[in-house]
Design a protein around this ligand. Structure first.
Ligand SMILES: [Zn+2]
Length: 141
């Protein structure tokens, strides 16, 4: 009995290592970015907008459209890499939207990796995971 247990344990270990080796970057800790939000007059500015887009590996244009769509206001990016949105929104609301974006358009729903790519084909987005290869598609905006 003991031998069988040992064998199984080793087999399990080996399988675990094989899995790990196949998952590029799975050991990195992904730090979900937080938006730093400033309200000036009737404008809401996401100061670290460019940094957020870069850390998520998403197009600034796409992330901008997402916020404009969700908040239903016009917005524009400036040279400093900030996003200016018309209207007053507090940091909690902006970060909640950002969190939702990450859950839907960045995080792989199969393995939980953040190493993914988002491409647009016609009217659908395809989210492809670099870690496990899973593909998810949903309606584009
Ligand atoms: Zn995955």
């Amino acid at each position: 009995m003991k031998n069988i247990h040992e064998y199984k344990y080793e087999e399990l270990l080996e399988r675990a290592f094989t899995k790990l080796a196949g998952r590029r970057g799975s050991e990195e800790v992904f730090e979900v970015p937080k938006a730093s939000v400033l309200v000036i007059g009737n404008k809401t500015i996401i100061q670290n907008f460019r940094v957020i887009a870069q850390s998520l590996n998403r197009d600034e244009e796409l992330l901008k459209r997402y916020f404009m769509k969700e908040l239903n206001v016009p917005g524009s990016t400036n040279e400093a890499g900030q996003l200016e949105l018309r209207g007053k929104f507090n940091a909690a609301a902006i970060n909640q939207l950002l969190e939702r974006f990450i859950q839907k358009y960045v995080k792989c729903s199969t393995c939980g990796s953040f190493h993914t790519k988002l491409t647009k084909k016609g009217k659908v987005f395809i989210l492809k995971c670099d870690a496990c290869g899973a593909e998810t598609s949903f309606q584009a905006f």
